[in-house]
Design a protein around this ligand. Sequence first.
Ligand SMILES: Cc1cc2nc3c(=O)[nH]c(=O)nc-3n(C[C@H](O)[C@H](O)[C@H](O)COP(=O)(O)OP(=O)(O)OC[C@H]3O[C@@H](n4cnc5c(N)ncnc54)[C@H](O)[C@@H]3O)c2cc1C
Length: 391
Amino acid sequence: MGSCAAHAAASRGARVLLLERFDLLHHRGSSHGESRTIRDAYPQPHYPPMVRLARRLWADAQRDAGYDVLTPAPHLDLGPRDDPALLATIANGGATELPAAGGARPAWADAFRVPEGWTAASGDLGGVIKATKAVAMFQALAAKMGAVVRDRVEVVDIARKQGEGTTIVVRTSSGEEFHGAKCIVTVGAWTSKLVKSVTGADLPVQPLHTLICYWKIKPGYEHELTTEAGFPTFASYGDTWIYSTPSMEYPGLIKISMHGGPPCNPDGRDWAIGPGEGGLVDPVARWIEKVMPGHVDTAGGPVLRLPCMYSMTPDEDFVIDFLGGEEFGRDVVVGAGFSGHGFKMAPAVGRILAEMALDGEARTATEAGVELQHFRIGRFEGNPMGNATSF
Ligand SMILES: Cc1cc2nc3c(=O)[nH]c(=O)nc-3n(C[C@H](O)[C@H](O)[C@H](O)COP(=O)(O)OP(=O)(O)OC[C@H]3O[C@@H](n4cnc5c(N)ncnc54)[C@H](O)[C@@H]3O)c2cc1C
């Protein structure tokens, strides 16, 4: 998010400094790795406009960079026929129910054995984004627009300079100070810690340990499950939320993982990727056995397991707001709590954060029909669950 915000602000002609605590493109946060899904199928109606805005900005960035990071694909949603979130997704128009059998079904649908009482719905607007490549692209584009990008710089404090009302001072662990008119905070799983130490406020952004799992495709189906063959990204609703990207980065393997995971301390992780893994592997294996038994091999577990972190809000809605208070007013903006589904919207979020910082409001969001009130910090005041609904 920070790289996209830096690019958006630099593109407006602002003098931008992007600070990263670890090495650029490190694997210790939430945005590294080979793939993220993009889909506009969402149960909450406030996300599809942001996905559509992001798609436009992904295309612009790819054009400016001269290479692609997003591979379009169909998208499939499936799950229990009475699942409220799945029903809401279909009602929002992001996915159309597939017939149980017959010629109107895409050929790839045969890879799924949709259980009794379940339904499957598909749409055209799925896709796979190469995650690390995309972050590198936005950092390079930001630098090209004049942003200064520095890594191995840990921000430890943000304050307003005493006696100089318009200056925000950012201090680092090595004692450096940077002065600017505005500040955008996008520190992922470290948000609660940093905001607490800067303002004393408790922002409910909980880091979670999660796992990306790659499974072996059964012999003979390796090509069928690829993006080249038109295989979809998919999400499975119900008690366990399962998501997948088609076979792409590791030929012969497909990524099928489970949303969520146990709470973790981003500064004290054990990197565990053992069997069971807090229930992050076995439910996926059981799901594959139930829904894709003919095509994916679960014997011996996933071939690859890669750790990652979510930064969860109680309602899984993002936090995009001014940090506020007397000290910061509208000069410090925070983007956080992307709850395991923010990557696809990163260029839109970056643009919104940059406009909020530079203009005090996000005109692009308004024009695109993105309703920012869902992402306000104030939703948690006296209501710890924020926007949470039955799904
Ligand atoms: C396994 C997995 C699968 C996912 N799948 C999808 C998907 O399919 N589709 C989708 O849309 N989204 C997906 N997501 C979610 C998406 O990747 C995240 O929402 C997004 O990457 C969050 O970005 P971020 O900028 O908030 O956090 P990060 O990428 O972690 O960035 C925060 C940065 O701040 C830096 N930082 C922290 N503290 C400081 C400090 N004090 N000073 C300086 N720098 C600091 C960190 O080092 C880090 O680089 C997935 C996430 C995971 C983990």
